[in-house]
Design a protein around this ligand. Structure first.
Ligand SMILES: *Cc1c(COP(=O)(O)O)cnc(C)c1O
Length: 441
């Protein structure tokens, strides 16, 4: 297959000759597929032949998306699901099911925090939260016999602090534990965690990958190199009917049957097939369309975000601008350790999300949100439109106070997701909104 990122974004995973020579991957709106003969039906059901029989397990449009995202992340294979939260939940439970523990930072996406802190424990899966995931000594001190994964976001939202994926991977692997990375904020265009040692990558494809705020989706990408057959993960070495041929007396576990594909196959066969959070062919189509322009969109959004961040630093009433990407162009004021990490792992930038704190009180924040005209007040990121939100009230509402504090989410924080508009219009819009909010004509 082709190797350049831009080329893969347009072509990877699709062969027109297999789809009536359609130039664009078609939308296969079919719940199920003709198995043609008893012999083929038997082979498909036994997994002896690859193909499609029922769209809750696999679908040709979704399959193209999975292959394309695996190629873009430099992974071995991928499973697309109905949302980012399905990707996060399935990826973590597939590793930690049956009493495992996960190590993760308190700065995670709000719904991930809620899932891990108060819902997964109902299923016997617990999380050890750390203040700072780059504190490798603290992470190491928490690794025990039940630890099944280290989980972090490559770029935190809204602080844009970056994670030392290379250091964490080395540490986790020394203890026989996999590293799972949520790579939603930078997208694979800016950062590919597998290259730095991560074992599994998840995305909310709702965000930059789709890029137009018009669909929901998620994906789990597997590097295919972690040893799931170790005694730490009994779910992979236990024999199971679903991957065996009990009539012939041939018994298999996911590890013995699928080898390097054990994790992604278990995720598809157990999680997607039984919980059923399957991606629709139509949503997969929209994501494939979005991916074609991913490089050009992310380049412009990253450039504009840096310009907006630099400008905000000069604006009256702005107390603090949080954008680690400034390490590349205007590093004064960016934490030295963060700046080093950004230069090493993110030479092309950290993406279009940034945040800033204003002085004043809640009334000022509300007036800014109400006064913007180009920015839209929408709790999303990675859209072609520029978006503004107050995280403390909206995106981090479900998060306990100490988690909000660790993520730097104060009541006066505003988050921006920079879209594709003219950057001068974006800057002028923020200027007029802040001036009006503080009664300065
Ligand atoms: C949005 C988001 C999610 C959840 O994705 P949905 O598609 O909304 O379910 C998970 N992680 C991060 C970092 C996100 O930004």
């Amino acid at each position: 297959m082709c190797s350049g990122f831009e080329t893969n974004a347009v072509h990877a995973g699709y062969a027109a000759g297999e789809h009536a020579h359609a130039g664009v991957p078609p939308i296969y709106m079919s719940a199920a597929f003709d198995m043609e003969s008893a012999a083929r039906g038997d082979a498909l059901s036994a997994g002896a032949e690859d193909g499609f029989s029922y769209s809750r397990v696999a679908n040709p449009t979704v399959d193209v998306l999975e292959r394309r995202l695996a190629a873009l992340e430099g992974g071995r294979s991928a499973v697309a699901v109905a949302s980012g939260m399905a990707a996060v939940s399935f990826a973590l439970l597939c590793a930690a099911e049956g009493g495992g523990r996960i190590i993760a930072p308190k700065t995670l996406y709000g719904a991930s925090v809620d899932a891990m802190a108060s819902f997964f424990p109902q299923f016997g899966v617990h999380t050890d939260f750390v203040e700072c995931i780059n504190d490798l000594a603290e992470v190491e001190s928490l690794i025990g016999p039940d630890t099944r994964a280290v989980f972090a976001e490559s770029v935190a939202n809204p602080s844009t602090e970056v994670t030392d994926v290379a250091g964490l991977a080395e540490l986790a692997h020394r203890h026989g534990v996999p590293l799972i990375i949520d790579n939603t904020v930078p997208t694979p265009y800016l950062f590919r965690p597998i290259r730095w040692g991560a074992d599994v990558v998840v995305h909310s494809t709702t965000k930059g990958i789709s890029g137009h705020g018009n669909t929901l989706g998620g994906v789990v990408v597997d590097a295919g190199r972690f040893d799931w057959a170790s005694p730490r993960f009994p779910q992979f070495t236990r024999t199971e009917v679903v991957v065996s041929d009990d009539r012939s007396g041939v018994w298999h576990s996911f590890a013995s049957r699928f080898g390097a594909d054990a994790y992604i196959r278990r995720l598809r066969i157990k999680y997607v097939r039984t919980f059923g959070a399957v991606e629709s062919p139509f949503n997969a189509y929209l994501q494939l369309l979005g991916l074609e322009t991913l490089p050009v969109r992310i380049r412009q959004q990253t450039r504009s975000a840096a310009a907006v961040a630099r400008h905000l630093r000069t604006v009256r009433h702005v107390r603090d601008v949080r954008y680690s990407g400034l390490a590349l162009a205007a590093p004064d004021g960016v934490d030295v350790y963060q700046a080093q990490l950004v230069r090493r792992l993110f030479p092309d930038g950290v993406g279009g999300v940034l945040s800033f704190e204003l002085d004043g009180d809640r009334a000022h924040i509300e007036r800014v949100l109400d006064a913007v005209r180009v920015f839209t007040y929408i709790p999303n990121i990675g859209d072609s439109r520029s978006l503004i939100v107050d995280p403390a009230r909206i995106t981090h509402r479900e998060v306990p106070a100490d988690f909000r504090a660790a993520a730097g989410v104060t009541d006066n924080l505003i988050r921006l997701s920079i879209g594709l508009e003219d950057v001068d219009d974006l800057i002028a819009d923020l200027d007029q909104a802040i001036q009006r909010a503080y009664g300065e004509p």
